[in-house]
Write a new protein. Structure first.
Lengths: 249, 291, 362
């Protein structure tokens, strides 16, 4: 479904991503792991259109999306969440999801009808799915980290995506919040069949959720396989134990 | 004909130098504090009025001009400190439009304040006696005072460059222009730096005001004309860039002087044509680095 | 809220309904305001009718400007260009082609809109300060052309434009303006609360995020810029016949500052803010000039106080005062769990605390 082919991206001389290739199939849950600065987020950003790659291509459903702007990629059915959770702080939870839904359905060029009544039932359904219904009328800026993240998932789902890019979905959360977010991710994958490509620091979470894992180091792919294979991979152990001794692999 | 043009160019240069002195202060403030200081032109005007008042108090002679050079820029710089500490700092965490509006409100206050104190009359300020006459360039007379402005402009440009590139303060400023967060990471007292830069920038506006006072006349409306031209200089040169400001000021000064000769009606329009072109083609200015 | 079983989409419904209820109250407020605007000028002297006409026109100018600043988070400092172009369209059609004010005024928004489209194409590529400077530069360019082109625009002498006989009386021109302003303001109100308005507010809140939900940020910004230009063109087109003259000063940058000051004084985070600001601007200005020779001083001081102490403007401060009584001293919305009716107005432009924090900062 998603095929990243030989992508390279540099920032003022520094090679953040170096000849990376990767593919995600329909319904996959694919984790992208690696030490800090391995280029995971950069790769996600290239896929999502934040910046174009220097070389290489990104194809989605047999169609090149290399270098397209974010809003075009979004409309093709790829949604993303951000490392630092990004929502519309001055909007209520309801409005956040509603806006995402309106944008996706092309309703945003409607100039003369009040927004308050648009797509209400569907928004409620989405809020329910990410378990945010009871906070629908709170301002997004007042939410706790885990709630914000689930709101962000709700906004991503509004795009009715077939592929979800999640950048460190559980960063900075308590273990309780983390469990809740993980269960929502699993449910999204199982009930909607959405493929997920995510980066993550927390190894336990990776092994709990992912069905396929790619390990990056200094911009390059050093291993790929099922969680079991990765656990046994020698080079991966070196990289992790060398730089991050407490990683329990 | 050629010599006419050359003399126009020189006269444009002298005009550009006053503009440079004012705009260099604006560009430093813009670069470090990220504030469009609309009040800059008003403080320039205030210094020009102070020059006139000092001449009235002391008697119009050479001494009064030198006293004005000493006192007026410092006086407006002190006012700048008050503005920065009591007002700008209060709202520095808010979106930039609030600071812009604040400085705009100050232009209204100062414009009417000047009118209250000095009335609506025009004043002329005498030039120092040794700069009264003119000298000959390309076979034509050229006012000595204008010649002095060109020299002073280049001296100040040189001084600023020396300060920015050779002193520690300059390096801090340079770092602040390119990356505000880095400076606080270096352990520098950022609020104090902001106040100092604002005061210094305003001092430059005051200096420009004193130097401009004997050129034309001291009158209301000086603020409006200089501020728009200074913005143009800052944008053309690149925000926070002193060499860029020098270049921009010379371009605008010369373009206006020569423009008046070639197409008198469209001379002012030239500035905005250049300004729009720069913003469209090189939004960071001629000497600006792409962020 | 971990227990999925307690979640019920029905819970959102009351919040939506209370939002609609509030809208009904605000509709009543608007109607009362309209009645005042319609009836009171019947009992006013001519000069006051003239002043009130001035107010309704400036209100439209400020509200249209706030579509950019308050709604989309774009600070245009060259809005006078579209106001002035509207004024000159009407004046030129009258002076050069003898076309009467009434059909001519229909062309004012068209001309202003086309200019806004052409200029906006360049401007929306920049953000923050650079956007403000480019809008200012274009406006000054247009001002200079109008100012210097004596043979066509009359230069600094201005260009006369007389309303037709049936609109010559101050009161008639007032009602003529009032109808047009009401129609335009109602349209702007609809735009602000429409899905399009939500998209603009989303851009104000967080432009990067807006792109990632599928909004073409620059295209929407351009659309907002054009709409703001169109309605300012109407305001300018109404102003020229009122003054019976179009002046270059209508295009000057200080005229661009007017809507910024009005919107900010009234409050940019609500639709009514700029209208309140326009009222303060016009009536206070008039009151001050009659007793005091320095109106700029008074107005500068007022703006200074508002900017320093009341970031939400007059409307924001009033809402906070009323809201605090309802919400308790902390001024915080209700705790988690129970839907807070305050926060459920479904109007993104009410987000007093947050607005503008991401607005094109660069």
């Amino acid at each position: 479904m998603l095929a990243i082919n030989d992508v390279t991206k540099s920032f003022s001389g520094f090679r953040a991503v170096n000849h990376m290739s990767l593919s995600v199939g329909p319904g996959d849950v694919h984790a992208l792991i690696g030490p800090n600065g391995a280029g995971k987020s950069t790769l996600l950003n290239v896929v999502a259109g934040q910046f174009p790659p220097d070389s290489g291509s990104v194809r989605y459903k047999e169609e090149s999306i290399t270098g397209l702007p974010p809003h075009r990629i979004c409309r093709k059915g790829i949604a993303r969440s951000f490392q630092v959770t990004s929502v519309f702080g001055g909007f209520t939870v309801f409005q956040n999801v509603q806006l995402a839904l309106m944008a996706r359905r092309g309703r945003c060029w409607n100039l003369l009808m009040p927004a308050s009544g648009v797509l209400v039932e569907e928004v409620c359904g989405l809020l329910d799915q990410v378990r945010m219904s009871d906070q629908a009328s709170r301002l997004a800026s007042e939410l706790a980290a885990g709630d914000r993240k689930r709101l962000e998932f709700g906004m991503a789902l509004a795009g009715d995506p077939e592929l979800l890019l999640l950048d460190e979905p559980t960063a900075g959360m308590s273990s309780g919040e983390r469990a809740r977010v993980v269960s929502v991710i699993k449910e999204i994958n199982e009930s909607r069949g959405v493929a997920i490509l995510f980066t993550e620091h927390d190894i336990d979470m990776v092994f709990a959720v992912a069905r396929k894992v790619t390990v990056m180091h200094q911009g390059e792919k050093i291993a790929e396989g099922t969680p079991e294979e990765i656990r046994r991979h020698r080079r991966v152990r070196e990289v992790y134990l060398g730089e991050n001794g407490d990683a329990d692999l | 004909m050629l010599t006419d043009i050359l003399v126009q160019v020189m006269s444009g240069l002298s005009r550009g130098m006053v503009l440079f002195i004012v705009a260099s202060g604006l560009t430093l403030i813009f670069g470090v504090l990220r504030v469009i200081n609309f009040a800059h032109g008003s403080l320039y005007m205030l210094a020009a009025y102070l020059t006139h008042s000092i001449a009235m108090l002391v008697g119009s002679n050479d001494l009064s001009f030198y006293l004005a050079l000493l006192i007026a820029p410092v006086a407006v710089a002190l006012l700048g400190v008050v503005i920065e500490v009591t007002m700008m700092r209060r709202i520095s965490h808010r979106p930039h439009q609030y600071q812009l509006i604040l400085t705009f409100a100050l232009t209204l206050l100062i414009a009417d304040g000047v009118k209250m104190v000095w009335g609506g009359d025009y004043y002329t300020v005498a030039r120092p006696s040794f700069l009264e006459g003119s000298f000959t360039v390309f076979g034509q007379p050229f006012p000595s005072y204008y010649g002095m402005l060109i020299i002073v402009g280049f001296v100040i440009a040189g001084g600023l460059l020396w300060m920015l590139t050779r002193t520690r303060l300059g390096k801090v400023l340079d770092a602040a222009v390119s990356d505000g967060e880095m400076v606080s990471a270096l352990g520098i007292n950022v609020p104090a730096l902001y106040t100092a830069v604002f005061a210094f920038g305003v001092w430059l506006a005051g200096l420009g005001g004193v130097l401009a006072a004997p050129v034309g006349s001291v009158s209301l409306g000086m603020d409006n004309s200089i501020i728009i031209e200074s913005f143009a200089v800052v944008i053309i040169g690149g925000v926070g860039n002193v060499i860029g400001a020098l270049l921009g000021a010379i371009i605008i000064g010369v373009m206006q002087s020569v423009g008046i000769m070639v197409a008198p009606k469209m001379a002012i329009a030239f500035i905005f044509v250049v300004l729009c072109a720069v913003l469209i083609l090189r939004p960071r200015g001629l000497m600006g680095v792409k962020a | 809220m971990a227990q999925a079983s307690t979640n019920d989409p029905g819970k959102v419904r009351p919040a939506v309904l209370s939002g609609l209820l509030r809208q009904r109250w605000s509709l009543l407020g608007w109607l009362a305001f309209l009645v005042v605007l319609t009836v009171v000028p019947l009992f006013m002297g001519e000069s006051y009718v003239y002043l009130t006409t001035n107010f309704v026109i400036m209100a439209l100018y400020a509200v249209s400007f706030n579509l950019l600043l308050g709604q989309t988070g774009m600070l245009s400092f060259g809005h006078a260009a579209y106001f002035g172009l509207g004024a000159y369209t009407v004046a030129l059609l009258w002076s050069r082609l003898s076309i009467a004010v009434f059909p001519a005024i229909l062309l004012a928004p068209l001309v202003a809109g086309v200019a806004a489209l052409a200029i906006g194409l360049f401007c929306v590529r920049l953000t923050g300060m650079y956007f403000a400077m480019l809008t200012l530069a274009f406006a000054q360019l247009i001002f200079t052309v109008v100012f210097e082109w004596y043979s066509f625009t009359g230069g600094d002498n201005g260009l006369p434009v007389m309303p037709p006989d049936y609109l010559l009386a101050a009161r008639r021109y007032y009602y003529f303006s009032l109808v047009i302003v009401i129609v335009c303001t109602a349209l702007l109100r609809l735009i602000v609360s429409s899905p399009f308005g939500s998209a603009l507010a989303a851009i104000r809140e967080n432009p990067e995020r807006a792109a990632f939900v599928g909004i073409n940020v620059r295209l929407y910004q351009l659309a907002a810029f054009v709409f703001a230009g169109v309605f300012s063109g109407v305001a300018g087109g109404l102003m020229a016949p009122l003054q019976q003259m179009a002046f270059p000063s209508m295009l000057f940058w200080t005229q661009s500052a007017d809507p910024v000051l009005m919107a900010l004084t009234g409050g940019i985070h609500s639709f009514t803010g700029p209208i309140v600001g326009a009222a303060v601007f016009v009536f206070l200005n008039f009151a001050v000039t009659t007793v005091f020779d320095y109106p700029l001083f008074a107005f500068g001081a007022l703006v200074l106080i508002v900017v320093l102490f009341f970031p939400g403007g007059i409307v924001g401060a009033t809402e906070r005062l009323l809201g605090q009584r309802r919400r308790g001293p902390a001024g915080y919305p209700a705790e988690a769990g129970e839907p807070d009716p305050e926060a459920a107005t479904m109007e993104p432009d009410r987000s007093v605390a947050q607005v503008g924090s991401n607005a094109g900062n660069q």
